[in-house]
Design a protein around this ligand. Sequence first.
Ligand SMILES: Cc1cc2nc3c(=O)[nH]c(=O)nc-3n(C[C@H](O)[C@H](O)[C@H](O)COP(=O)(O)OP(=O)(O)OC[C@H]3O[C@@H](n4cnc5c(N)ncnc54)[C@H](O)[C@@H]3O)c2cc1C
Length: 679
Amino acid sequence: MKLIYTDCLVVGAGLAGLRVAIAAKERGHDTLVLSLIPAKRSHSAAAQGGMQASLGNTVKGLGDNEDVHFQDTVKGSDWGCDQTVARMFAHCAPKAVRELANWGVPWTRVTKGPREVVVNAERITIEEAEAAHGLINARDFGGTKKWRTCYTADGTGHSLLYAVDNKAISLGIPVHERVEALSIIHDGERCHGVVARCLITGELRAYIGKSTTIATGGYGRIYEVSTNAIICEGVGQALALETGVATLGNMEAVQFHPTAIVPVGILTTEGCRGDGGLLRDKDGYRFMPDYEPEKKELASRDVVSRRMTEHMRKGKGVDSPYGPHLWLDITLLGRKHIETNLREVKEICENFLGIDPAKDWIPVRPTQHYSMGGIRTTPTGESPQLKGLFAVGEAACWDMHGFNRLGGNSLAETVVGGMIIGKYVADFCDDNDLVLDTGLAKRYVDKVRTEIDELIEGKGTENPWELKSAMQRVMMDYVGIFRNGPELNEAVKQLKALLARSVNLGVSCKKRHANPELVEALRVRRMLKVALTVACGAAARTESRGAHAREDFPQRNDKDWLCRTLASWPDANALEPTLSYEPLDVMKMELPPGYRGYGADNAIAHPDTAKREAEIAELLAALGPNASREAIQQALMPFELPESLTPANERLADRLNGLVNIDTAASPTTPNIAGDDNS
Ligand SMILES: Cc1cc2nc3c(=O)[nH]c(=O)nc-3n(C[C@H](O)[C@H](O)[C@H](O)COP(=O)(O)OP(=O)(O)OC[C@H]3O[C@@H](n4cnc5c(N)ncnc54)[C@H](O)[C@@H]3O)c2cc1C
């Protein structure tokens, strides 16, 4: 048995995994990262539009701060998130953006003076302050009150991943690439590492660490059409599930992005609408203002995707051989803007559709995009069940997105989560010794070896690709944007049948080294379990919240469902997960449940909401009118962070003691600094 040991083991070399690795290495811990592919090819590189951080440099971001970002995030989540985590995140996002600038990210910057922008289909001129010249710029995104999404044209993920990976290289962090983790080594209480298979040689290795961090990204590819890279197959979530101990959180919370191109499902960034792009139907009619008069195309993604689907169901979609679609119109932004700020979108349109988006409308349809669910962790990123097991990024549910993530909050989560959790991982490595139980490691290696032996030498006849396609179709047909009881039950039934069939998987290619069929067979069983957690969680949750929209239960039901779904798989031979629920405590919320400001306003109230609102009013009265916003926040919901991350964030407006506000207030296009209007 090949055994490799380290202090801090990280599975996944995307932004989240690398950022944790950097934090641990900087604290002097031996650190090792595993990845299916070279780090710079990780899915994070595909992110286009940007990352949210309340810098407030652009005139359209004036008045932004952690409070506004926090509130947007909680409303975006449809009150499903952990508000403490959302606070930790909003506080650290500006620090992460500035750190990334320091590591070489070429953020798009503010240019002083007048600038033409498109807002609500109108070309207007905004005046950027002299003092903001050269500072990091931000664009508008859905569900936000301010222009807060920092960007590098529409290649933000690429820039970030290159900068973060280069930083990891400079620190000498090794990445074992083309290696796939297939099992977590644990003793029921403590995690010790993973069993991984080299995808080139087929060698099985036990990687042992003081801490093990899963940063394997999302599970979008359990769906047939997804904006995700083909490696986003949910194996990381399955690893946790197969421990039988660790839990997954809110797996039914799956996001559909409004604007993936038809038919292939490649994303056109929310930045297209943020920069002023419009959605049109088969008659060329801009329909979103009819549904969402306030936020229009820039309501949160779950809402826009539902409105688009509703509109297509009314027969307003454009017929195509690939089913109905709608149009994304960015022609009004002008060629210069597209070729500067949306150049990836331009290339995608040229290469995959043969159209010029400066002249032609883009055919789009809502498509699976993001996994809000993942490995359940505490706010420090650790599994509550398995000591030493951490999770971060899209793989995790720590849980800042609840039932809907805001655009720009995921890239931010990878680097902010990595920065915070990385420090807790480093603390863990400081405080704990390496446990090298070779007997335990061997048992797990043997188990994976037996699984491979059976696939290669056994008499199994099921084809892995057939099972996978069937699973992806079921998820697409029955666990999509709109859900209902009968279809979800049908999904569960069919997925269970597929999982039962997967016991009889076999491969025709008998090679033990580079063998894509074997890789597929090893993954598909695990993916089926992940798919079942999504379908079972969705079938059980009889309400609508964020991206989980039940046609038979259209209201958000805070009275019965203000809770997080937990899924585990204690019986390895079972055909479905065990579900349990973790209540969210309204009495501890800084922002008690209410109306999001867009979408349906029809929630069934939680019995504690009015009580908490009254308590908050009392607290505010006691603090008096001159209390600082920091003092108010601390009184309402204290939260902890590693000490080095606690200092307040500086902003231009603070630095100029309100001068920026006074100067720019003269412009009719400038929002009130204290207001929350971004239109
Ligand atoms: C097209 C697209 C555009 C997006 N644009 C934006 C945007 O503009 N703003 C925003 O906020 N968010 C955006 N997102 C979301 C965001 O990019 C992702 O959520 C985020 O990058 C995920 O990062 P991660 O580090 O968690 O995982 P990933 O970047 O997916 O990395 C996962 C890593 O895990 C490794 N891995 C996986 N399984 C295993 C295994 N079993 N063993 C070993 N290694 C494994 C992989 O090799 C990879 O290195 C976008 C997403 C898509 C699909």
